[in-house]
Design a protein around this ligand. Structure first.
Ligand SMILES: Cc1cc2nc3c(=O)[nH]c(=O)nc-3n(C[C@H](O)[C@H](O)[C@H](O)COP(=O)(O)O)c2cc1C
Length: 344
């Protein structure tokens, strides 16, 4: 099936059905279909080319497109690995299982810029022990980024210690707005420094710290400098933005989707200018088209992440981005996509 057809079929499915169902039902249906989709047998989802390869925190990714943190189900993550992503991120896992917040935990929020969401998922996940067992039997066909969260330095340390052997990179989530303890960490850069130092001492795996767009000043003044100083290889900018949302059980949640994009672009450019070429940099937030992925890489990102675009634009988006990046590389006579950054 050619990739253009995949996109057309998905647009009909999303516009005609998924975007009209109540959100919780749409999530259940979408995930059930994803578990069943025979993606492994459909080459049109993937694009293999050595010119797409990039390096992030010393790890070679076959291409710079990353599925951002949202799914913990390993059947879904296995499908995502076959969907052409250069790496896939797990949901943030916590020490104990968490049921997540009560429904409703997701509402659609569209703007003139396109469709997005506000969520208050609250880290629904099976917890460290169960996830460690599950990951032990999981075949990583492409790099896996394991995301961890906790409520204390000791909890973050235990999470990294327990899961690092199953990860190609470990992402330290200090930015989800749905649990107060994680979100408020960025307000105390000294605590973040201590946490990152402890985590760094626990693993030799490359580390990514995921930043909040709500703490720009702290990120630039203290958090990124501390991360670099203790030896964290990369930052991911970033997570969702906290907004009031009366339709959610918590009355507030994290905004994702295209409304984030301009800040992401500007911040990525500034991060690259301020902290230099050595910083590994993932741009995440509102990337839902090949043009936006290209702009983020040109602004200085090593890789781009997205979640909302996966739902609103469909499982063929990664392939479309990769096709467009290769076309640009050809057109500009560059050796590969990593030169998009240097060429800027
Ligand atoms: C329902 C939902 C759950 C999410 N769960 C997590 C999570 O567990 N950990 C995390 O770091 N980010 C989480 N995110 C944030 C995304 O990984 C991403 O950073 C954010 O949505 C911005 O990117 P996007 O605009 O492409 O979605 C979640 C986002 C959504 C919409």
């Amino acid at each position: 099936m050619p990739s253009a057809l995949i996109d057309r079929v998905y647009a009909l499915f999303y516009g005609g059905l998924l975007s009209r169902l109540p959100e919780a039902r749409a999530v259940r249906l979408g995930q059930a279909l994803l578990r069943l989709l025979p993606v492994e047998g459909i080459p049109a989802f993937r694009r293999e080319d050595p010119r797409l390869a990039v390096t992030l925190g010393g790890v070679r990714l076959p291409n710079p497109v990353i599925l951002s943190s949202m799914y913990y189900d390993l059947r879904i993550l296995g499908k995502a690995l076959a969907l052409g992503f250069g790496a896939v991120t797990t949901k943030s896992i916590t020490p104990a299982p968490r049921p997540g917040h009560p429904e409703p935990t997701l509402v659609r929020r569209s703007s003139a810029l396109g469709p997005g969401f506000v969520n208050c998922n609250g880290f629904k996940n099976p917890g460290l022990a169960a996830y460690r067992d599950a990951l032990a039997g999981f075949r990583r066909t492409r790099p896996l980024i394991v995301s961890v969260a906790g409520e204390s330095v000791e909890e973050y340390r235990a999470m990294v210690e327990g899961l690092e052997r199953y990860a190609d990179l470990v992402e330290v989530n200090i930015s989800s707005p749905n649990t107060r303890l994680v979100y408020q960490l960025s307000a105390s850069p000294e605590r973040v420094r201590g946490l990152l130092k402890e985590v760094r001492a626990t693993t030799t795996r490359p580390l990514v710290v995921k930043l909040s767009p709500d703490y720009l000043e702290e990120n630039f003044r203290a958090i990124v400098p501390a991360a670099l100083e203790v030896g964290v290889e990369a930052v991911n900018f970033g997570n969702t933005r906290r907004v009031e949302e009366p339709g959610l059980s918590q009355g507030a949640g994290g905004l994702s989707g295209p409304e984030l994009f301009e800040t992401v672009l500007e911040t990525v450019r500034r991060l690259r200018e301020t902290f230099g070429q050595g910083l590994g940099l993932i741009a995440t937030g509102g990337i839902d088209s090949p043009a936006k992925a290209l702009r983020a890489l040109e602004a200085g990102a090593d890789a781009v992440g997205y979640f909302t675009g996966f739902v609103t634009r469909g499982p063929g988006l990664a392939r479309r981005i990769l096709d467009a990046l290769l076309e640009t590389v050809d057109h500009r006579g560059l050796p590969g996509v990593s030169a998009l950054r240097a060429a800027h």
